[in-house]
Ligand binder design. Structure first.
Ligand code: URA
Length: 208
């Protein structure tokens, strides 16, 4: 498995602000939006392009556009939604899929409650979004289900990853590259990332 650790100073700076426990919901959400735009830039960096013929005001030319059907962003509910707006600013024509999973608080196993993807998945590049790769159980379950739709490619984007989650994900999906802004130290007994930033969904939506 490839892990792309995105070390751009702007992303690292904004992530530090997001980790601070007194940061407001408003500010947390805005920062995640800003980081999403920057991460969209990184995750799409090697997407294939094809040349099409266009007319400038002066002459015709062949110029590159992204090859193939539109990208699909696959948001793992609910915290994945925090990535969507920023990613769509950069890739406005993308389609969006949703996977609803919750973590059983006792077993930490991922349970699916929603799954909806656009058509023609076999012609699309899928970018799976979930801010926290903690145990990796949700990520593994989401990508298991997504693979049933046979997308052309799959990438996984998170903000923070735990070493345990990366190992778990790698064991099941060595073919799916992971893009993360940080790999933190470890998980606590409740499956939270340490030092982490707390519950991403709660902080994003202002719930508790
Ligand atoms: N999900 C979160 O939102 N935070 C963690 O630390 C782990 C999983």
């Amino acid at each position: 498995m490839t892990v792309h650790h995105i070390t751009h100073p702007l992303i690292q700076h904004k992530l530090t602000l997001m980790r601070q426990k007194d940061r407001s919901t408003n500010s947390f959400r805005r920062l995640l939006g800003e980081i999403s735009m920057l991460m969209a830039y990184e995750v799409t960096r090697d997407m294939p392009t094809q040349l099409i013929e266009i007319e400038t005001p002066l002459e015709t030319m062949r110029s590159p556009v992204i090859d193939g059907k539109k990208t699909v962003f696959v948001s793992i509910m609910r915290a994945g939604a925090g990535f969507l707006d920023g990613m769509l600013h950069v890739v406005p024509g993308a389609r969006i899929g949703h996977i609803g999973l919750y973590r059983d608080p006792k077993t930490l196993v991922a349970v699916e409650y929603y799954f909806k993807m656009p058509q023609d998945m076999h012609e699309r590049d899928a970018i799976v979004l979930d801010p926290m790769l903690a145990t990796g159980n949700s990520a593994v379950a989401a990508v298991d289900r997504l693979k049933e739709t046979r997308p052309k490619s799959i990438r996984f984007v998170c903000l923070l990853a735990a070493p345990e989650g990366l190992a778990n994900f790698q064991a099941s999906h060595p073919d799916v590259p992971v893009y993360t802004a940080a790999v933190d130290r470890e998980l606590d007994d409740h499956g939270y990332i340490l030092p982490g930033l707390g519950d991403a969904g709660d902080r994003l939506f202002g719930t508790k």
